[in-house]
Design a protein around this ligand. Structure first.
Ligand code: ADP
Ligand code: MG
Length: 696
């Protein structure tokens, strides 16, 4: 084994204690040091004349000590004055040893590096790094640095010079055994994509030559950074592809239903499926009839009718004597699905079970027993369905609603649930987040994608207005009118300072105010800090029409379906992302009456917020909104990638490097069938995480 592949303790001077610190930086093998890139760089390659130094500048200066005093200000300090031909600068030390004062005696020549601040005596460097120069003419000159100095992300107890020395050791090893870290991208591909070599890129990033563009480096735009980012994105893409291949090697139950249950279900629905729903359903039916697990993502804008498609797919499983499960990200949503599936399936003679975290004691045991012995054929729940103590008799299809709240790992965990029968369940993932194509390729490279690109007929688009807080009384009157005409309304209080507690408090206060202003209306309140049973009761009352106005926090963001609600007021909409506003707004406009969304902002509104909210007024196209959102806020927010593992990249940044994604696709295609290269890349960039992706 090459030293580069060995644990860091193979390096000179690295013992257990240091290895633990390095571990905190995810540096375990020697080669990990090479991929631990600097955050930024310092320019110590030239001397700055003191006279040209500005406050805030980091610079190397050199001069002769002209004074050296211990001064008693608010804190005692050692003040050393330096002079060169152009000016005077002081060095200040709050902690100093007596020997230091002697070392920096008057007449000594000192070179120092630090950040200049405007201090009591003019420009000062606090605690600079410094060295003493040869004494006078003929003394040995220390050469100035030849490279920019890298500043690394580090951890307590590990200083920059130490980390720098370790990286230098690793670079030395790379030079002496270059084949230990092979360039796996073939020359032809590198030329085609204009990519720098791997070793050249690493060397450059750890010790950029003085003619490198330091701003470009700092911004992660240097060709060397981009080469590495591209390789990392490629490794993630290949890893997702591998996950897919691994799952698809498993057997899956053949779900080729006669259409009995489905036909009866369709006959009892008060509407016909849209063309888009039918098309997507056909794609699903084809997958289910194959002996490999389906891995399919259904994207459909809010209100496009994904639940009915899910129900039809579930019926195919039931008819083939398998169970089906649907999992939602919140209890409110899971309960809503539970009620829908009960109403739809019980008339067909199908028992529907319910399982969520809040279900305790005997009820929980009963539900688990019914799931295990197969009495419960349709199971609805939250992520509680994933827990190790839940066993299915024969799970044939797992449906995950609003996928962006779930991660890759949970998706994979489903494999285990089918193990009892020796078969892996089919997976159907549904999301209302319209994901721009290139991003979808990165986040969901392991999934096939179906698109419900049509809304059910008879919907009138929601009219959106942007209104200043000063017109609040008018907005309240508007609610009074709508509810007076028998319709219902939402009033949404948005996040305050990231604090759920404050958000709930705001909703409580607003609810009180509205109750006072609108005494004749029945007003309900739901927020995240209420007990699940209380929330459910309020939601149920709203669904039944017993509550006219629902005051809520963003907990109602996804999926809640009350067609009679035709007005939504969103307070402080400028705090939310556009995709989130779109999700919220999708709660109205589900019936046939014209619906309105009022974005109630506190005046004055910044130019950029005005522009953002303008997008909401102009379009109800979820894809356009998502593209705008991506532009304005980045992919982490749009995808919820924090939970998908995509955010754990070392060098690449989906937002910054979005323009690389097309090349990533092309490279992944070019490497199709090259299992060796894929394995090297995945191990290099995902390390042990790659195993986790595949095995969960
Ligand atoms: P989402 O895709 O946002 O999850 P839902 O599945 O909740 O949407 O459906 C939204 C509403 O549209 C529900 O009231 C549902 O019954 C209704 N719906 C679904 N499909 C159709 C259709 N083909 N025609 C009319 N209404 C439909
Ligand atoms: Mg839904």
């Amino acid at each position: 084994m090459s030293t580069l592949d060995a644990p860091v303790t193979a390096l000179k001077g690295v013992g257990e204690a240091l290895a633990i610190k390095l571990g905190r930086l995810s540096i375990e093998r020697v080669s990990d040091l090479l991929f631990h890139l600097p955050l930024r760089y310092q320019d110590r390659t030239r001397l700055t004349p003191m006279g040209t130094l500005r406050a805030g500048q980091e610079a190397v200066i050199e001069g002769e000590v002209t004074a050296n005093d211990v001064v008693k200000g608010r804190r005692r300090s050692l003040l050393v004055r330096l002079r060169d031909a152009s000016g005077i600068v002081s060095l200040r030390f709050f902690h100093f040893a007596p020997a230091q004062q002697q070392q920096l005696h008057v007449g000594a020549r000192v070179r120092a590096f630090g950040e200049a601040r405007a201090g009591a005596t003019g420009l000062e460097l606090y605690h600079p790094e410094y060295s003493l120069m040869g004494h006078g003419p003929g003394g040995a000159e220390t050469p100035i640095d030849e490279h920019f100095t890298p500043i690394y992300p580090t951890t307590e107890g590990l200083n920059q010079p130490r980390l720098r020395a370790l990286v230098q050791q690793a670079l030395g090893l790379l030079e002496s055994e270059p084949e230990a870290l092979p360039e796996v991208l073939p020359d032809a591909l590198r030329r085609r994509f204009g990519l720098m070599g791997l070793h050249v890129s690493l060397a450059l990033l750890h010790q950029p030559p003085p003619d490198a563009d330091i701003d470009q480096l700092g911004a992660g735009q240097h060709p060397a950074t981009r080469r590495l980012a591209l390789e990392e994105l490629l490794a993630h893409r290949l890893s997702l592809r591998e996950v897919r291949q691994r799952i698809q090697q498993d057997g899956a139950p053949l779900l080729s239903a006669g259409r009995g249950l489905q036909a009866r279900f369709l006959a009892q629905l008060p509407f016909a499926l849209t063309g888009a729903q039918q098309r997507v359903l056909e794609e699903i039916v084809l997958d289910l009839a194959r002996p490999a697990p389906m891995l399919r993502l259904v994207q459909g804008d809010v209100g496009s009718g994904k639940t009915v498609v899910a129900a039809m797919a579930a019926l195919a499983a039931l008819e083939s004597h398998c169970q089906a499960a649907i999992m939602a990200p919140t209890e409110i949503l899971a309960e809503q699905h539970y009620r829908s599936f009960q109403a739809w399936f019980e008339p067909l003679g199908v028992e529907v079970a319910w399982l969520a975290g809040k279900l305790k004691g005997k009820a929980r045991l009963d539900a688990k027993a019914a799931i295990a012995d197969g009495r419960a054929r349709m199971v609805v729940g939250t992520h509680a369905l994933f827990q190790g103590d839940v066993h299915f008799q024969r799970l044939g299809l797992a449906i995950i609603d609003e996928q962006h709240r779930f991660g890759v790992h949970q998706r994979l965990a489903l494999r285990e649930k089918g193990e009892a029968g020796g078969l892996t369940p089919h997976q159907l993932i549904m999301t209302a987040t319209p994901i721009p194509r290139t991003l979808a390729m990165s986040a969901y490279a392991d999934l096939d994608v179906s698109l419900i690109d049509e809304l059910p007929p008879g919907r009138t688009p929601v009219k959106t207005v942007v209104v200043s807080d000063e017109r609040r009384p008018e907005v309240v009157q508007r609610i009074e009118r709508a509810c007076g005409e028998g319709r219902q309304a939402y009033w949404v209080c948005t996040l305050i300072e990231e604090s759920e507690a404050l958000q709930c408090q705001a909703a409580e206060v607003t609810c009180e105010e509205l109750t006072e202003a609108l005494p004749e209306l029945a007003i309900g309140l739901v927020h995240g800090r209420m007990k699940a049973a209380e929330k459910a009761a309020v939601m149920a009352a709203f669904k039944e029409g017993e509550v006219d106005l629902l005051v809520a926090t963003t907990v109602i963001e996804v999926g809640v379906d009350v067609p009679n609600a035709s007005l939504m007021v969103i307070e402080n909409p400028e705090r939310l992302g556009l995709s989130q506003l779109h999700q919220l707004r999708g709660r109205v406009g589900r019936g046939s009456t014209a619906s309105f969304c009022v974005l109630l902002y506190p005046a004055p509104l910044s130019q950029s917020s005005r522009q953002r909210l303008g997008v909401m007024r102009e379009t109800s196209d979820g894809f356009r909104i998502a593209e705008k959102d991506l532009e304005l806020r980045g992919p982490g927010e749009v995808l919820g990638t924090r939970q998908t593992g995509l955010a754990q990249m070392k060098i690449a940044d989906l937002e910054r490097d979005a323009d690389l994604l097309d090349s990533v696709s092309a490279l992944a295609q070019a490497l199709e069938g090259d299992a060796n290269t894929a394995a090297v890349l995945i191990r290099r960039w995902l390390g042990d995480a790659a195993g986790r992706y595949g095995q969960v």
